[in-house]
Write a protein that binds this ligand. Structure first.
Ligand code: NAP
Length: 481
């Protein structure tokens, strides 16, 4: 599979404005080699505000475009992304490092948001009711909220963008997308594909910048911006909520996770390990839904950890763009340092390394797939998001004990439960404080389902019909006849 990098790179996407080459650039590196891949414009505050201008100008005609027409354009976005999936996957793999298999999976998932919301666009129906005293008719309609600022992370450069763009466009809102500086190329490619599919100028604007704080602050304080949709760390999300308070901005936050993966005593070890390979190793562990703490009933710890260690030891490490690779690099050297320090401190606190626990002797941001057992429940690696290929196994004895441990965190995005007894699994799902629980599955993301977290993992939902409501306001009209 070849990688197609936009070259020479042609500039920010702001309305119909011609490419502007007069500013600095942000370099984009291949994490598997550290080599320069490409560079993108380093947008300024003025660029951010120009993008808001373009979006605000496009709003009137986009909201007036019939839902059927908007739906047809979104469906064309899905078709074009699907036709060009190898090209997009190659680009994701190059700038993010994930394996081609993971990148292709991401493109399918990302494109599906366009198909799903093309189907939802025509179903934004209102309500008509009668007030309890019978004197008044209650009419409720849904209106597009206005210009939306979208901020995305580097770990799913395609899917995190389309999960926001598709519902916003379906609702009738124009957007300004600010992608992560590590992986901006995919966003630009997707925006260009959307333009080919018929999305009018100004409806999708893309601004890359190394001054995220400054540029985003200026946009959020522009009164024409009415919605903020952020995916990233809890720390940055919290800071953005403070900013959003100034203009009382409708905010959707998809933040960090610390997913427990719970293996009950009646689970089937081979199925558990198949699920763990996905829940832990998709994207090399760099997913907000990644299994971060693996709680295994004491009776199964030996079997599950041995099977998992064998699978991890067999993984082929290499550049994501090599079709033979099963575990790519992390996003950068800082990420490797963080994972190494979490593993080292867990080992110092008493954890044992079954496999991995080191940096392989090769260039690039690699860390060896690692299985730790006897991990102390208070270790930092259990309390913090690892964001790397490390499975920390902790033994437990009773369902009550593991529920308490799973819930002992300020985060609550995803959780996983494995059991042979579905009723037991569903009862446990009820007790776990998370926005999403997978029972006997290692993958839960689905464009048709509401994705999001409780506690400090976020506000609002993306995907499903709920994802579109994030970009709409209800309007109640009181009348009687
Ligand atoms: P991050 O550091 O919070 O960055 C996310 C985005 O915010 C990037 O575009 C970044 O731009 C931008 N940003 C950083 N500081 C900002 C500021 N002061 N004002 C405005 N924007 C700012 O997160 P990350 O390291 O890219 O992503 C990893 C995190 O995302 C993990 O915690 C993961 O769990 C979370 N995540 C959550 C979900 C979910 O759906 N809940 C999905 C994926 C990832 P620059 O790149 O230019 O700094």
């Amino acid at each position: 599979m070849t990688t197609s990098l936009p070259s020479p790179y042609s500039g920010l996407i702001i309305g119909a404005a011609p490419p502007d080459r007069g500013r600095g650039t942000i370099d984009v590196f291949d994490p598997s080699s550290g080599k320069l891949l490409s560079s993108v414009p380093d947008g300024t505050v003025d660029d951010g505000l120009a993008a808001v201008d373009a979006a605000a100008e496009a709003f009137g005609s986009w909201r007036a475009t019939g839902p059927r027409k908007r739906a047809e354009i979104l469906r064309r976005c899905w078709e074009l992304m699907t036709e060009r999936k190898d090209e997009i996957a190659g680009l994701i793999s190059s700038e993010n490092g994930k394996t081609l298999a993971d990148a292709l999976g991401e493109v399918t998932y990302a494109a599906e948001f366009f198909r799903w919301y093309s189907e939802e666009a025509v179903r934004a129906v209102g309500q008509l009711g009668t007030s309890p005293n019978g004197t008044n008719r209650i009419m409720v309609s849904y209106e597009p909220i206005g210009v939306a600022v979208l901020i995305t992370p580097w770990n799913f450069p395609a899917a995190m963008a389309t999960r926001k763009i598709a519902p916003a466009l379906a609702a009738g809102c124009p957007v300004v997308l600010k992608p992560a500086s590590e992986t901006p190329l995919t966003s630009y490619l997707i925006a260009r594909i959307c333009a080919e599919a018929g999305v009018p100028d100004g409806v999708i604007n893309v601004v890359t910048t190394s001054r995220s704080g400054e540029v985003v602050r200026a946009m959020l304080h522009d009164p024409r911006v009415r919605s903020l949709s952020f995916t990233g760390s809890t720390e940055v999300g919290r800071a953005l909520l403070h900013e959003a308070a100034d203009t009382v901005l409708k905010s959707s936050m998809e933040l960090g996770g610390n997913a427990p993966f719970i293996v009950l005593d009646d689970a089937v070890p081979d199925e558990v390990v198949d699920g763990l390979m996905i829940a832990k190793m998709r994207n090399g562990g760099q997913a907000c839904t990644a299994a971060n703490r693996v709680y295994v009933h004491r009776s199964l710890v030996g079997k599950v950890s041995r099977l998992l260690a064998d699978r991890f030891a067999d993984l082929t490490i290499g550049p994501g763009t090599d079709p033979a690779t099963e575990c790519g690099p992390l996003i950068n050297d800082r990420a490797v340092d963080k994972v190494a320090s979490l593993v080292d401190s867990a080992v110092a606190a008493g954890a044992r390394v079954l496999v991995g626990g080191e940096r392989p002797g090769r260039e690039g941001a690699f860390y060896t797939p690692t299985v730790l057992v006897d991990v102390p429940p208070q270790a930092d690696i259990v309390r913090e998001e690892v964001f790397g290929p490390v499975a920390s196994i902790i033994a437990f004895d009773s369902d009550d004990e593991v529920v308490r441990a799973a819930n002992a965190t300020h985060l609550g995005l995803a959780a996983y439960v494995y059991t042979s007894d579905l009723r037991r699994g569903l009862r446990m799902a009820d007790r776990i404080e998370a926005g999403m629980v997978a029972v006997n599955r290692g993958l839960l993301s689905d464009p048709a389902a509401p994705f999001g977290g409780v506690k400090e993992s976020g506000l609002g939902r993306e995907g499903g019909f709920e994802g579109m409501l994030e970009f709409m306001e209800s309007k109640y009209i009181a009348t009687s006849w």
